[in-house]
Design a protein around this ligand. Structure first.
Ligand SMILES: Cc1cc2nc3c(=O)[nH]c(=O)nc-3n(C[C@H](O)[C@H](O)[C@H](O)COP(=O)(O)O)c2cc1C
Length: 207
């Protein structure tokens, strides 16, 4: 039995294409894995407060040395980390905004990137050698983008700070099994977009 965490990052609701992708994924997955458990983490429609100075002051000291104030500064972050660790499959639906990711998703990642929780320095001291602490996890990144050509050796590859960043940052946490599916051409609409949707929906149905 898998525990599947569905994370949605679009600030749109009904009109969101990335949300349609995560819904399609869930509908398809549940047919093949009826005993799997799904949890939902909303980072687009609900505000994920950005980390702040109090968070930093607390996150980088060992838990046993945290004051009550320190503990309350990372309470929400602790909850997000706990929830994340409890799952073994992640389904992340996200738009590309300004060649990168929505700010709510960035805040969420900042809360998850916790030293000695999701990653550590190999020697225990700052040494530039990052070791991921999450094991046996699988992630599906389902993205939606207005333009296209962001893939390897394509014309807009250098503008893609979305899927490349997500693959990198979750890789630092130890999630190395990542499948990426991107629905492109949303801004063009019409036949081009319809054909992209058909292709991508079929890929998702194969998972
Ligand atoms: C604020 C904003 C910035 C965007 N920036 C980009 C961009 O840099 N590149 C791109 O290809 N599409 C861009 N788009 C288009 C979105 O990626 C596209 O509309 C996508 O489908 C949005 O996801 P959603 O349908 O799940 O809401 C942007 C859209 C918005 C609203």
């Amino acid at each position: 039995m898998n525990k599947v965490l569905i994370i949605n990052a679009s600030v749109r609701n009904e009109k969101s294409h990335s949300r349609k992708l995560t819904q399609l994924f869930e509908d398809n997955w549940i047919k093949k894995n009826p005993n799997d458990i799904f949890t939902y983490r909303e980072v687009g429609l609900e505000e994920i407060p950005p980390i702040n100075d109090k968070w930093i002051a607390s996150a980088f000291i060992i838990p046993s040395e945290r004051t009550n104030e320190n503990q309350s500064s990372v309470k929400f972050s602790d909850e997000l980390v706990k929830e994340f660790k409890e799952h073994n499959i992640y389904v992340l639906g996200t738009p590309m905004y300004n060649w990168s990711i929505p700010s709510g998703l960035k805040s969420y990642i900042d809360h998850l990137m916790r030293i000695n929780e999701t990653w550590k320095f190999r020697s225990g001291e700052p040494d530039g050698d990052y070791v991921g602490l999450l094991e046996n996890k699988k992630m599906f990144i389902l993205s939606s983008r207005g333009d296209t050509g962001y893939g390897k050796s394509e014309k807009n590859e250098h503008m893609n700070f979305q899927t490349t960043y997500l693959k990198f940052v979750f890789g630092i946490m130890g999630i190395n099994d990542i499948s990426i599916v991107s629905l492109d051409n949303e801004e063009f609409g019409g036949k081009i977009f319809e054909s992209s949707k058909k292709k991508i929906y079929q890929r998702i149905e194969q998972f």
